[in-house]
Design a protein around this ligand. Structure first.
Ligand SMILES: NC(=O)c1ccc[n+]([C@@H]2O[C@H](COP(=O)([O-])OP(=O)(O)OC[C@H]3O[C@@H](n4cnc5c(N)ncnc54)[C@H](O)[C@@H]3O)[C@@H](O)[C@H]2O)c1
Length: 362
């Protein structure tokens, strides 16, 4: 069980707070500690979508692209954060294939900018570098990746996330470890495929299912047999917060890598997810689309290190996570308010999951 009250009165800067994970993270932190929350993201498609999720939440927001170093540096100097949770990224594999330079700029340069600006402040900052299971070189053999597996994502998105990790390792080794010029304490967190309500992103299987049902269309299933480490967003975020608690327990600056994924190695395919969706949405129609895609077919993640080191364990297994997710979209389609649904789900999660010592506002 962890106690996040050490975050009370601290300043937490969240990049990409308007995205899928950010919407849930802000709500979770709002209930778990009395920190001052600050978010930074551009006024892009996520901005409008996210407005409803921040109702009754005390968060300061600022809107710009983190690939602009001057803006990042000015913000970090002004805010002087104690914790940075770096979610902000172009996160879609297909968009990265269409527009690799935008993805490299946001994900590689953006990460370098945040590290460089925060690393030059004369204070200890805990930095969660949110990357992906796609950082690993994938030999498609179904062996789960461990933290010591070789890095080397091939498609542009995966490559950008591998680079974000290499840059973080380089900053720590050079400026913290050797030159002692910086006081960053870093966790590089490699999550699997995260699912949950409130995600309306394109080319992600669950939002795609939701969208086609709404529009009464037929879903084109690309990569139906792809296996992914599916995980509920709250279990993933709980993993991030356990990692944060862990690095906070050290007096000195540390750098550590953790996988964050489901604890079992259930081989659940995209097609299995569609079949499950029919329980909640029997009207779903899909067809298999065999178009060539530049993504890995198999991906499994070993998250034992995070569990054994920090005491983290997910509340949901993969099937429960999928069910919980479709239940959210089902309630949403039946007229429930998105923000209220997230609020209730976070409250229920904290009540049922005994990992957190105290929640301040539930
Ligand atoms: N969702 C998943 O399944 C998954 C899995 C593994 C890793 N990740 C990683 O987790 C993080 C969050 O994922 P998500 O699902 O919330 O993504 P998302 O696409 O829903 O949200 C991305 C957020 O980043 C912001 N952003 C994009 N480009 C930016 C830029 N140049 N400057 C500042 N902000 C920018 C967006 O505005 C948005 O707020 C990302 O780094 C993603 O790569 C996601």
């Amino acid at each position: 069980m962890i106690d996040l009250s050490f975050l009370d009165n601290k300043i937490i800067l969240i990049t990409g707070h308007t995205g899928f994970k950010g919407r849930w993270l802000v709500r979770l932190l709002d209930k778990l500690c009395n920190a001052k929350l600050m978010g930074v993201a551009p006024k892009d498609i996520f901005f409008q979508e996210s407005r409803v999720f921040f109702e009754n939440i005390d968060i300061d927001e600022i809107f710009f692209d983190i690939s602009d170093f001057k803006k990042v540096d000015d913000l970090i100097r002004k805010v002087s954060p104690d914790v940075i949770i770096h979610l902000g990224a172009q996160s879609l594999v297909n968009d990265a294939i269409t527009n690799p330079l935008k993805t490299f700029s946001s994900n590689i340069l953006g990460t370098a900018n945040i590290l460089s600006a925060s690393g030059s402040l004369d204070k200890k900052i805990m930095f969660l570098n949110i990357t992906s299971d796609k950082v690993y070189k994938n030999s498609e053999n179904l062996d789960p990746f461990t933290e010591s597996s070789e890095l080397g994502g091939l498609d542009p998105y995966s490559c950008s996330k591998s680079c974000a990790e290499l840059i973080s390792h380089s900053f720590f080794d050079t400026y913290v470890n050797k030159l002692k010029l910086s006081k960053l304490s870093i966790a590089n967190l490699r999550a699997g495929n995260v699912i949950g309500g409130g995600d309306f992103g394109l080319n992600r299987i669950i939002p795609d299912i939701h969208r086609t049902i709404k529009l009464g269309e037929k879903l084109q299933l690309r990569m139906p047999y792809a296996i992914r480490p599916w995980q509920h967003v709250l279990d993933c975020l709980s993993g991030y917060l356990h990692a944060l608690n862990y690095i906070a327990s050290f007096e000195e600056c540390v750098s550590i890598d953790f996988n964050v994924g489901p604890q079992n190695f259930e081989k659940v395919t995209v097609l299995d997810i569609c079949e499950h969706a029919k329980k909640w949405f029997p009207m779903l129609i899909y067809e298999l689309n065999s178009a060539v895609v530049a993504e890995s077919e198999f991906l499994l993640l070993d998250s034992k290190l995070l569990s054994e080191t920090t005491g983290w364990s997910p509340l949901y297994n993969t099937h429960e996570a999928i069910d919980q997710t479709f239940k959210w979209y089902h309630s949403f389609e039946n007229g429930h308010d998105a923000s209220a649904l997230i609020n209730k789900e976070v409250t229920d999660y904290l009540t049922n999951n005994r990992s957190f010592k105290k929640a301040v506002t539930i």
